[in-house]
Design a protein around this ligand. Sequence first.
Ligand code: CU
Length: 272
Amino acid sequence: MKIVIAIVAALALGAVVGAIWVGMNTFERTVVADPYESGIHHDADRRKAQALGWNVAVDEGSLRASPAATLAVTLTGKDGAPVDDADVLFRVSRAGTSRLDGSAKANRAGAGRYAAVLPMNEAGFWDLDVVIRRGGESITVGKWIHVAGEVGEGAHCDAGMRPCAGSAGPVRVVLELSPRPPVPLKAIEATVRVLQDGAPLAGAEVAVELSMPGMFMGENRIAMKSGADGRYTGQGALLRCTSGRRDWLAEVVVRRPGAPETRVRFPFLAAE
Ligand SMILES: [Cu+2]
């Protein structure tokens, strides 16, 4: 009974952590970079961005830790229309170290999109400054972004060790489990990104079903909550296998209106 209470408490905590995490993605970080470097004050910049109606959206969905990561933002103006003729520079860094500092001028990719290739070798949260110059105006917008780890593909990707991607028809799914590897009887956080024909699919009914191949371990289904950009999150837990097995299967089930149910399977190993 004690264990069950602990799991329930852990799951409740997980939900809170999940909510905070989702909230972070839209959080406007207060930029504390040296104001002399750019000669501008960032609080003032935020007000200026508001007055100009400029909005910067980071394309986090396609951002992966890599020596050559592609970082892209979309810049829109007052009426939500894309702003195509700005000069944009990215500065990236991680808290507590200058080792990973980087910067690059972004290329105009059209439709308000600006992209650059930068070394961003570590998965996790990064600080991003987007320096925008346009028509005599210059502002720096601070963002707090999440960089996903390297994604593995196919049947040999262990979803207990890293994010794994798989496809079924037009639907592509990326599954991340946390902690890595998942520990039996402890809360597991599952994050699923769903794409359809390459575009984020929002508003689908998504679940993660946990099972052990060839051995009934009880119904174990994580109902996923829909977030932004085709991202779905949920919390669950694994039972401990009495036979000592650690090989599990996470099956991502996607239901879309007017389409057959889609299933993508991800094998993984749990911790001892
Ligand atoms: Cu078992």
